[in-house]
Each structure stands twice: as C-alpha cells, then as structure tokens.
Ligand binder design. Structure first.
Ligand SMILES: *Cc1c(COP(=O)(O)O)cnc(C)c1O
Length: 343
C-alpha cells in the first residue's frame, strides 16, 4: 500500500537495475546495480528521494527558504539547493570547512566553485562556512539560522544533515517498493536478493531500506557500509529514524529487515580511501564504465567485495548494490586517485 504522506514527485523512476559481467568478476558474486545515481539530472542521487517528502512538507508550511547542512562537498546540500531553485525557493547551506575562515552567521561568497559547491553557487544558494567544532552543534545552528530567516520576513524550513529523519527515509521505503515492483515485472534477472548494499553516512537511506524490506520481502537484509562513525552509533541513529518514520506513516509495521553495520571499508577517515580501495574504484571504472565516488559508493561496493572474500556471501548470490550518486563531489576530489598508466 503506498504511503499517504504528501510527496512531490522529483525522481525519474523507476531507476534502472543493471548487470555487468565484468563487475561480477571484480566483486565475486552476481551484482545488480540499482542506478539511483540516475534519479535526476544535476540534482540526482539518493537525496532526491528524501527531498520529495521535504519539499511537500516545506510547501505545506509555506516555507520560503530550505535550510540544511553538510560537509563542504555535500551531495545533499547541492541537491537541496537545486530543488529549491526549481521550485522558486531560496536555500541556505551550512557547510563544514576544515580550512579558511568560518562564521556561522555570515554568508560566504568566495568558496571555490568546484564540484557540488559550483552547482550550489550556480543556482544562488546562500552558503556559510562552519568550523568542525560548530558543526557538532549543527542541529541548534540550523534552527537558529531558520529563525533568523523568519525574523527577516521569510520562513525557513530545516532539513537535517543528509535529509536523514523519519520523513526523509520514507523516500527509501518507497524505493524498496519500486525494487519489488521491478522484480515482480521481470525487470531484474533475480527473484530475490540476498542483501542490498549501500553506503551509510547519516543513516536515513538504511532506515528506509530496512523498513521497506519488511514490507516487500525483496531482499533479506541491508548491508550498511559505514563511511564514518561506528556500528553502535548507527544502530541508535537508525532505530530513532525508524520510530520517526512510523510516526509519519502508521501503516509501517513493526518489522524491520536485519541491518548489518559493516565497518570493513570505512577507510582511514570520512572522505579518504586506503590504496586498495582507490585501486578498486579505478578498476571498476576501467572495466565497466561505472563511476563510483571515493566518499560513499566506492566504499560500499568495496565492502561487498570484502564480504565475498570473507565468504559472507556465495559466488552465486544475487546482491543489489544501491548506487547512490556522488559524481559532482567526485569531480572535486579525483586528483587523489592513481590515474597514471593503463593497467
Ligand atoms: C548522502 C549519501 C549517501 C549516504 O546516505 P545517508 O542516507 O546519508 O546514509 C550515500 N551515497 C551518496 C552519494 C550520498 O550523497
């Protein structure tokens, strides 16, 4: 049953599910790629599914400005800015910066126009640079920034980091229904998946997929490839988001698919890969044309390969890899990759 929570369609769906023999060889099992990097144009990625619900809620609240936060090269902040521009809204982005001056109360108009920042600036997003320590108070800062907009005659609408709350994750409950529909209608060469593998950065995508799986039974579990923090932290985050989602949509049952919080491919830190991960990302690109990014999707698919090496999965297992996007961020950081020479 479709959820009755208001939503404004933004996603070009169903997004394709594709297979590539060379990818199976590199990973070691039957990999089906759900192309959520193709949910749209420049705004594409997993965040667009969440924004369908945020935009509807923002409009219901007569918002003038979407307010959100993220890392400097946040895909979520960029998607929010682009959607705002399309619907005649403004956007205010609080971006965590490790270099240069920071000031949570003053717009910065000198951020290097590369990657996601280039797109956000292009559509006229207001951007403020936030220090790493201010970023820990992001929930309060978002609220205060939104109140500042209210005082100046506008109306702010706060979207949390990564769009990860109970409302946004409904986008991935819906995605699970979309996947089940594709399987039922023969758009996929599998009847059921052993697991769905996805990068986990703020937890909303995993929460939605876990809730949606219980409703559709199309995959047995969710492998959350953590790109930061640890399993304990995300268990708590996902539990909270799942509860919030049920408050929005009381047709969601009590059952949630098992989630495996996988720290094996987290790498040295957020946004950084170890040499083996970088080589894998380059190998995938050169053998399949599939572009992964170093922050999220590259680590998620690498987690699957490591799981196969540990024999957590068999060579004939059908696995759904959710490609969540991230190309603009990649374009700002590709210089770190070993691109010299043809292997
Ligand atoms: C935000 C993001 C993720 C992680 O999704 P969360 O819901 O924040 O866990 C994965 N991949 C890409 C490309 C992203 O931008």
């Amino acid at each position: 049953m479709p959820t009755a929570v208001p939503r404004i369609p933004l996603v070009h769906g169903p997004t394709p599910i594709v297979r590539m023999a060379a990818l199976d060889a590199l990973v070691g099992c039957r990999v089906h790629v759900k192309r959520d990097d193709m949910t749209g144009g420049a705004e594409a990625g997993n965040k667009l599914r969440k924004l369908e619900y945020f935009l509807a809620d923002a409009q219901a609240n007569a918002a003038t400005t979407l307010v959100t936060c993220g890392a400097l090269q946040s895909n979520h902040a960029r998607a929010t800015a682009l959607v705002a521009a399309r619907f005649g809204l403004r956007s205010l982005l609080l971006l965590r910066c490790t270099e240069g001056p920071t000031d949570p109360w003053t717009d910065a108009d000198d951020l290097p126009a590369v990657g996601n920042v280039a797109l956000a600036r292009l559509v006229g997003a207001r951007i403020r640079r936030i220090s790493a320590s201010d970023y820990r108070q992001r929930t309060a800062l978002l609220l205060e920034s939104s109140q500042e907009i209210d005082r100046n005659g506008g109306r702010g609408y706060v979207i949390p980091e990564g769009g990860s709350n109970g409302l946004g994750s409904l986008g991935y409950v819906r995605a699970a229904e979309e996947i089940a529909w594709q399987v039922r209608h023969g758009a996929v060469d599998a009847k059921r998946f052993a697991e769905v593998v996805v990068a986990c950065g703020s937890g909303g995508t995993v929460a939605g997929l876990a809730l949606g799986a219980a409703r559709t039974d199309v995959y047995q579990r969710v492998r959350a490839a953590l790109v930061c923090d640890d399993a304990r932290y995300f268990e708590g985050v996902v539990r909270r988001i799942v509860q919030e989602s049920r408050a929005w949509d009381d047709t969601l049952g009590d059952v949630v698919a098992p989630v495996l919080y996988d720290e094996s491919s987290r790498g040295p830190r957020y946004g950084e890969m170890d040499p083996g991960q970088k080589d894998f990302l380059v190998d995938v690109a050169r053998n399949t044309g599939l572009i992964l990014d170093p922050v999220y999707t590259g680590k998620a698919l690498y987690a699957l390969r490591l799981a196969r090496e540990r024999r957590d999965l068999g060579p004939k297992d059908d696995v759904l890899f959710l490609h969540t996007g991230g190309l603009p961020g990649f374009l700002a950081t590709a210089a770190d990759l070993p691109l010299g020479g043809v292997r």
